[in-house]
Write a protein that binds this ligand. Structure first.
Ligand code: HEC
Length: 186
C-alpha cells in the first residue's frame, strides 16, 4: 500500500488517463515512466526490454485475481495543507533526508537524486506536490516510513519540488480534455 507496487498492475490497464486524454495500454504507461519519471528516451515498442518489463509486471501479478478495484495501487491521499512551508521543509530535509539523498538533493551512493538534471522531469507524477507527499509519507525515510505528519510531509515535498527539474516539451499536449490537477507545475 502506497509504495507504487507493480503487484496487480497488469489488471489496471488499459486505463483512462486524463493527462493523455484517452485510454492507454500498459505499454504506453511504461513509456510514460521512462520518458517522464526517468527523464529518458522511449524504448522501441517491440523491443526485448519493453517485453521483459511487461513479462516481469505480469509475473509479479500472478497471485492476484482481478478484483473490481485494485485499491492498494494508489497512493493514499493526505490531508493537504493550504500553504506548505518550504523553509520548514528544508530543515526537515536536512535532518532526515540529506544523509542519503545529499544536501544538494543530487543523490549519493545510497539513494537517487531528487532534483537536478538527472532525475524525473516536470511532467512526471512526483513533480506534483500532492503525489510527492503521498509517496514520501508511505515510503520515506526508507528506514522509518510514516514517521512524519501529513503537514510535515507536505512541507518536505514542497521543498523538494521547489527546485528546478528538466523540462518535457511535449507537456504542452497534456490534459487535452481538461481535468488538470491544480498542483501540476505547468
Ligand atoms: C536511509 C537512506 C534514505 C533516507 C534517510 C531517505 N531516503 Fe529517500 N530513498 C532512499 C533510497 C535507497 C531510494 C530508492 C528506493 C528504490 O528505488 O526502491 C529512495 C527513494 C526516494 C524517492 C523516490 C525516488 C525515485 O527514484 O523514485 C523520493 C521522492 C525520496 N526517496 C524522498 C526522500 C525524502 C523526502 C526523505 C526524507 C524524509 C528520504 N527520501 C529519506 C533512501 C533514503
Amino acid at each position: 500500500m502506497g509504495s507504487g507496487t507493480y503487484v496487480g498492475v497488469i489488471y489496471a490497464y488499459p486505463q483512462y488517463k486524463a493527462r493523455i486524454g484517452r485510454v492507454i495500454s500498459l505499454e504506453e504507461r511504461i513509456h510514460e515512466c521512462v520518458e517522464r519519471s526517468l527523464n529518458g528516451k522511449a524504448l522501441p515498442p517491440q523491443s526485448a526490454a519493453m517485453k521483459a518489463i511487461q513479462v516481469y509486471i505480469s509475473w509479479l501479478s500472478q497471485h492476484v485475481s482481478p478484483p473490481a478495484e485494485l485499491t492498494w495501487l494508489r497512493f493514499p491521499a493526505l490531508s493537504l495543507k493550504a500553504q506548505p512551508d518550504t523553509n520548514h521543509g528544508a530543515r526537515l530535509f536536512e535532518r532526515s533526508c540529506a544523509g542519503c539523498h545529499g544536501a544538494d538533493g543530487h543523490g549519493t551512493e545510497m539513494a537517487p537524486p531528487l532534483w537536478g538534471p538527472h532525475f524525473f522531469n516536470i511532467a512526471s507524477g512526483l513533480a506534483r506536490v500532492s503525489q510527492a507527499a503521498a509517496f514520501i509519507k508511505g515510503n520515506m525515510p526508507i528506514t522509518q516510513p510514516g514517521t512524519f505528519s501529513d503537514a510535515d510531509t507536505f512541507d518536505i515535498a514542497a521543498f523538494v519540488n521547489s527546485h528546478p527539474r528538466p523540462d518535457y516539451p511535449p507537456k504542452m499536449l497534456d490534459y487535452p480534455k481538461g481535468g488538470k490537477p491544480t498542483d501540476v507545475p505547468y
